[in-house]
Design a protein around this ligand. Sequence first.
Ligand code: GTP
Ligand code: MG
Length: 525
Amino acid sequence: MANSKYEYVKVDYEVNDEVMFPNLIVVRIHFCNFTTFSQVHEFEQPNDEKALNLMNACAIAVLKEYPDIVFSYGFGDEYSFVFSKETNFYQRRASKILSLIVSFFTSNFVTNWKYCFPQKELKSLPLFQSRIICCATIEVLQAYLAWRQRECHTRNQHNTCLWNLVKSGKTELEAQEILKGTLKQDKNELLFQQFKINYKLINKMFRQGSCVLKTENEATVKYINDTPVKRLRKNVIVDHSENIASRKFWNEHSCLVKEIGSFTVEINNIKPEFVKSFTFENKLMPSTWIVVRIDGCHFHRFSEIHEFEKPNDEQALNLMNSCAVAVLKELNDIVFSYGVSDEYSFVLKEDSQLYQRRASYIVSAIVSLFSAVYVMQWIHFFPNKELKYTPCFDGRAVCYPSYKILQDYLAWRQVDCHVNNQYNTCFWELVKSGRTKREAQKYLKGTQTNEKYDLLAQQFHIDYNRLPIMFRRGSSVFREQDKDTAITNEGVGGETQSRVVIKHCNIIDCSFWEANPSILNNMSL
Ligand code: GTP
Ligand code: MG
């Protein structure tokens, strides 16, 4: 299809974020605002076994879905996924990888909730964030795993003491004061003396975390003349090992050694410069418009399996819009969003400080929220269709340095919507009229816009301009000032309220932006 004059917004501004060889790729996801979520859902403190089992179930799903992920380790509200050293997963593009994993994990969290908590309704949106950790060598990976497991030990011991003190009548503040400056040994003593708890006997999953990993074993697949034919089979197992960074644990799993490498030394001290690299995070350029574009992963297949109407399924598009509304309601810094087909673009205000402008946190939060709502609201939009498998979305963030370029970005997406929709409408009409897909493709090759209008009008009696506006223009979701409250509050210095609306405007045309200056707030026209 022809390139539009707006294509430069992709070519010139999207950056390469490939994780170069020989870095090992680790994706860590964590729950955002877990404290509030666990209070709302009345999780047991300091550890809720069911919640941990749910996290493990999601990790198992991730390992089963993505063959390139060989090992994972999780505790509390986080999970780290380690890719094989030779992986070329999505050309090793950081944003693509971290967003897909967080999206798939979140979708699974929502889907599996009812199995882990059959008596509890999922009352609020789970929101995970993710980031990539690059490990230059296997020793760095080993240090990373040791660091996370040490964190698990420290946090769990602290929390076990804290919650026992609280249960015994102390306030949280008092309990924290008691624990201030205490060492590991002191905490073990406190648990034993005051609460008769032998820390070492506490559930291994709480103390040591969980790893989900791939193992290989020989299995008999068939018999030929009574001789068994054996093949290597990969399994996914869950383990709660005491020291995942030890040579003993690691090297005894042939799959880990083969796909990632063996551990040759023991880690005693974790180098602070390694920890610094694990916590370092790139920030997006200040005073630029951040656009996060998310896109459904393999939605061609997803729409086939769920029998979406062709070329546009109104309910599927309504569901996408509803997800965008939820994202805007959750994240105030998003001032505008535009969606078409299986994609949505979210524009953050120019001076946004959301997550300190950390690209991975912004992208993953949006993708995670969107995925959670997609799964949760599916039933409302498709009451008679089962969600057959968990959908996922990838995302990327791009910075646009001026309002004009931002406008060109949005125009680019809307031109694309028009071009694709017109093509698809013709294509499916030709197919419905008896042509094969190949013939339809050949027929349309090289045709111009006007020719397609004519084709639709003459052969199929369709006036393109009368097709539903959502199909032709896509959907814009933004905050609109509530006229009633604007009037009520006028003159009294009160705050005007806004509500999130879905419209199908022409955003290529400057007049839309001129007529609605408040949408992009502090824009400079
Ligand atoms: P990746 O994004 O590269 O993973 O591939 P994809 O299969 O998602 O394709 P892409 O994002 O390029 O295009 C989206 C695809 O989703 C379309 O080609 C359609 O096949 C499908 N799709 C999106 N919306 C609809 C719809 O309303 N109806 C139908 N039938 N299909 C849709
Ligand atoms: Mg897609």
